[in-house]
Design a protein. Structure first.
Length: 473
């Protein structure tokens, strides 16, 4: 029996193997590409997460510094910032005591210094410039200085060593309250007021109460804002229903002419800024023991003033003149000229009024009177007088008047081109350190039930010049 076995086809077997190898290779390549793509995406996501974490850490470092700066500025103005720069730079980093997560980061200031935050005042002038504010304080100007806060945070947890960088430029602004027609720390009440028109800005750090009867009116011609609410409760024995709503108008812009729930404007006088007695401290002279780093120190007008005028009872021989009438004509006047808040070597001009010879109160009155009293020398007694009086009809008392002739004061200061009339002023007031426009007067002469002390300005003029450019306070 013959069996016929068909021969194998080598070519057919080769194609099958080759096809299998090609398909296997393609699948492997696709798998490798998929795995590579997945791994690349995972790494990119991981790096992005690390970058986001590093940026968040850097932002946390700057925010921690900024929050402390805001507290310091609110309680002690810019002097508190300068006093605490070292703390901001090295003492306020995020710590593991706050959260163990911070062990994953190395913080630096961008200048190669680890465990540090970059904090610097970028405003180059010693005195903050007077600028116009924007955003929530339109129409107001302020003495503002800019600070830069920067932090580098390197994320060390996953080996990427990615560094996040956050920089914040913040403007620390002191807004003079004298820009407000009315500025109130406590409840501001207009209930049952006489017809009144307010032409300036109004701010209250709490609530404002309004209310007019048919015979009254209250018009605000500038924007009114408060940190609380504006309401019209009954008051002065008058019920809320008796108020005539249309008699209270808000004409400021933007419409409706008022805002509530606004930010509290904190007076930088320490922690008791809502206490009227604490607020009054800014006009009192400092006690001898007060430190210059005390927050209230930099806010006192006595310290801020570039000109301080002190008037006291005079010691004539061994007798102190204390009679309230006599001190009007015989007194000791001292004028201090400064060019910084704590100038340790001010110019001192002094005279004992009514005495033109001899030495009294440590003053050679003959020399002082000759040098500073004669109008030909344009001395300070040419624009400052302290022997006038008038009767205050409301108080029913006479007054000891310290009187300043503003026009003659301008002549005494002079200009950069022409120089000061009193050339001695050049050592203090010049184009680099001009007069800041603040005059502080303390009249300590004897008063009683018939006499009180007062200050009066006369001959008001625009005396802005190269040595005087910021207004008169």
């Amino acid at each position: 029996m013959n069996l016929r076995i068909p021969p194998r086809s080598p070519r057919q077997s080769g194609y099958t193997l080759l096809t299998t190898l090609i398909l296997t290779g393609a699948i492997t390549a696709m798998l490798a590409a998929t795995l590579s793509r997945t791994m690349t995406g995972e790494k990119l996501n991981d790096r992005d997460n690390a970058w986001q974490s590093a940026n968040a850490a850097a932002e946390a470092a700057t925010e921690k510094v900024l929050s402390r700066m805001m507290v310091d500025f609110a309680s002690g103005a810019e002097v508190s910032l300068s006093n605490n720069l070292t703390l901001y730079r090295t003492g306020l980093l995020p710590t593991t005591n706050e959260n163990s997560f911070w062990t994953n980061f190395v913080f630096s200031d961008g200048n190669g210094n680890n465990n540090a935050t970059y904090v610097v005042r970028t405003t180059t002038t010693a005195n903050p410039p007077y600028v116009t504010l924007e955003q929530q304080y339109p129409g107001l100007s302020a003495f503002a200085a800019t600070y830069r806060i920067l932090s580098n945070a390197r994320y060390t947890y996953n080996g990427y060593n990615i560094t996040g960088v956050v920089q914040q430029d913040v403007q620390m602004a002191e807004i003079p309250v004298f820009q407000f027609a009315i500025f109130y720390n406590t409840l501001l009440e207009f209930s049952d007021c006489a017809p009144m028109t307010v032409n300036g800005r109004v701010h209250c750090n709490t609530n404002i109460n309004v209310g007019c009867t048919s015979s009254g009116s209250l018009a605000f011609n500038y924007f009114v804002d408060c940190s609380g609410i504006i309401t019209n409760p009954g008051a002065m024995g008058i019920s809320q229903a008796s108020w005539v709503a249309s008699h209270t108008t808000y004409n400021g812009t933007p419409s409706p002419g008022y805002g509530t729930g606004e930010a509290v404007l904190t007076l930088p006088i320490g922690t008791n800024s809502a206490n009227p007695n604490a607020v009054r401290e800014i006009i009192n002279p400092p006690p001898a023991s007060e430190s210059q780093t005390n927050p209230i120190s930099s806010q006192r007008f006595y310290n801020q003033a570039d000109m301080v005028i002190l008037i006291t009872n005079a010691l004539v021989g061994t007798n102190m003149i204390t009679n309230a009438v006599s001190v009007m004509t015989t007194n000791c006047v001292t004028v201090y000229i400064k060019n910084s808040m704590y100038d340790i070597s001010p110019l001192v001009y002094a005279v004992t009024n009514g005495l033109t010879s001899g030495t009294n109160n440590g003053i050679n009155d003959g020399t002082a009177w000759t040098n500073w009293a004669l109008s030909s020398h344009q001395g300070f007694t040419n624009w400052l007088s302290f022997t006038n009086t008038f009767t205050d009809q409301r108080e029913g008392r006479s007054t000891h008047v310290v009187q300043i002739d503003v026009g003659k004061l301008g002549t005494w200061i002079g200009t950069v081109a022409g120089g000061c009339t009193n050339t001695n002023l050049w050592s203090k007031w010049n184009s680099i350190t001009p007069f800041n426009g603040i005059i502080y007067i303390q009249d300590s002469r004897t008063t009683n039930g018939s006499y009180m002390n007062s200050v009066r300005l006369m001959n008001g003029q625009n005396i802005t010049n190269g040595l005087y450019a910021s207004g008169l306070t």
